[in-house]
Design a protein around this ligand. Structure first.
Ligand code: BES
Ligand code: MN
Ligand code: ZN
Length: 505
């Protein structure tokens, strides 16, 4: 796992390479530590020009010249009246990028400007402001050097190892320490999901994720059960087994449970864990097929969220069902025209073996419903079509329940991870009827592809259960426009939102 920098809270600036000072556009008076050496420095600096403290802007100043520790990194936050937690997260990530670019081994982050500022609305809580800034900073620090040679890994490790959070308000130190520990837990869980998603499929096999899940579950006190293919067969999970039948690697279903004392409700998460999606016999084009190692990101996302909900001591019981298997062409592979029987008895005609995610999810959803959930949310890199519909700036949300949609919306607004509601009219299922079986897994035209995936899943949700499906295909990786997500590879998106949802539902 990527080692995140050590965090510390101090009352006064220790000896560090750089003092990081947040600056608002409305003038610097409030933001400069009044009795520190930086008042004069900022005064000198303000006489210069260039840096306008716009949101996302940073300015690095070596007041004492090269090699001096009298360095200041000003981080712009825009107009104070327009401040949001998401702007703070993004500013945190910009700050990290600049600290790395300037090769700073350590930094002191002066918080009093953030804490003192009177702000209304989206960023009203001073400690939440600090949390958001720290979260963006640490989320932005992620790298995946695991498979680089030693030298390359060492080079990419030349980043700040220690961050000191400085405030003169001694009274808030305990709360601040507690909040930063929370941020650390959040980022660690997002990074687990990122690491899983980035893992190449020759290492990130179903058995690998089952082992990793068991190891991390043990570490954080969750129950974890692994079902192999024999057990899946006993469970009559014909769709899950059908997808994996062309692979040399055995599929695994991983079931996690976090059980607090006197749980309020039970939240079930279900995740798509296709460790590699070649398309199967309906094989994908070669271009960018390597990105299909990320096709298990739904499972990684619900795993990270479950771990985080447990670490943040959710009042709700959380169960998490992940199906790991590989979609490969071979002499044993599933063929177009085949008919499979699902765990709930419905039969499916396979039109396109590349529409495999919905097949495994159908069996996993049916299994999850045996675990007595009050609500069920699945996450999956299900369709390319969700990107056609929504682009990369939000993730598709499909639900049969307004209250659940609202609850997910609330969670997403607190994390800055956008969800957009998509339709689930039953008429969409008309296209999915089969002559031979109860339904088919895809259609031959490309209308409403993401909705068809979702309406297929809905056939496996029992009456009365609030359920939501998140199509994360385009937000799971290569999200280059969010500064705290890596430009390439796994983003870790939606982990924080699902954990927040599990805490609040
Ligand atoms: N894993 C893919 C969806 C995907 C595409 C994720 C691009 C990330 C980036 C999924 O299994 C798939 O292949 N879906 C097909 C469905 C179609 C055959 C009905 C698709 O989107 O083309
Ligand atoms: Mn596919
Ligand atoms: Zn897939």
């Amino acid at each position: 796992m990527w080692k995140i920098p050590r965090l510390e809270v101090k009352a006064a600036s220790a000896v560090v390479d750089v003092d990081l000072i947040p600056v608002f556009q409305d003038g610097g008076k409030k933001v400069v530590p009044q009795d520190g050496p930086y008042r004069a420095l900022l005064e000198r600096f303000r006489k210069g020009e260039g840096f306008g403290a716009r949101s996302g802007q940073t300015e690095f100043v070596r007041f004492g010249g090269q090699g001096s520790s009298e360095n200041v990194l000003f981080v712009g936050l825009g107009q104070a009246s327009e401040l949001t937690e998401e702007k703070l997260r993004q500013a945190g990530a910009h700050a990290w990028t600049r600290l790395c670019a300037e090769k700073c081994p350590s930094a002191a982050i002066h918080l009093d400007a953030l804490l003192d500022l009177p702000v209304e609305g989206a960023a009203a809580d001073p400690l939440l402001r600090v949390r958001a800034f720290a979260e963006g900073l640490l989320l932005g620090a992620y790298r995946f050097p695991k498979h680089k040679s030693k030298e390359a890994a060492a080079a990419s490790a030349k980043t700040p190892a220690s961050l000191v959070f400085v405030s003169r308000k001694k009274a808030i130190k305990p709360k601040l320490e507690c909040d930063l520990a929370r941020v650390q837990a959040v980022v660690e869980c997002v990074n687990v999901a990122r690491d899983w998603s980035n893992e190449p499929s020759n290492i990130g096999t179903p058995a690998y994720f089952a082992r990793e899940a068991q190891r991390l579950a043990r570490q954080f006190g969750l129950k974890c059960k692994v079902l192999g293919e024999a057990e899946a067969a006993r469970q009559k999970m014909g769709l899950f087994l059908g997808v994996g039948q062309g692979s040399a690697r055995e599929g695994k279903i991983v079931v996690l449970e976090y059980l607090p004392r006197n749980p309020a409700r039970t939240v079930a998460f279900v995740g798509k864990g296709i460790t590699f999606d070649s398309g199967g016999i309906s094989i994908k084009p070669a271009t960018r097929m390597e990105e299909m190692k990320h096709d298990m990101t739904g499972a990684a996302t619900v795993f990270g969220a479950t771990l985080l909900a447990a670490r943040l001591k959710s009042p709700n019981r959380v169960v998490c069902v992940m199906g790991f298997t590989e979609n490969m062409p071979s002499g044993d592979a599933l063929q177009p025209g085949n008919v499979l029987r699902s765990r709930n008895g419905k039969t499916v005609e396979i039109i396109n073996t590349d529409a495999e995610g919905r097949l495994i999810l159908a069996d996993l959803l049916d299994y999850a419903q045996e675990l007595k959930p009050d609500v069920c949310v699945d996450a999956a890199t299900l369709t390319g079509a969700i990107g056609v519909a929504l682009g990369k700036h939000c993730c598709g949300l499909f639900s049969n329940d307004d209250g659940l949609e609202e609850a997910l919306g609330r969670a997403s607004r607190s994390t800055g991870e956008r969800l957009w509601s998509m339709p689930l009219y039953d008429e969409y299922f008309e296209d999915m009827r089969s002559e031979t079986a109860d339904m088919k897994n895809s259609c031959n035209d490309s209308y409403g592809g993401a909705i068809r995936g979702a309406i297929f899943l809905k056939q496996f949700v029992r009456k009365g259960l609030p359920w939501a499906h998140l199509d994360i295909a385009t937000v799971a990786s290569n999200v280059s426009h969010i500064p705290y997500f890596p430009k390439r590879g796994a983003s870790g998106a939606i982990v924080r939102t699902l954990a927040q949802f599990a805490l609040d539902y």
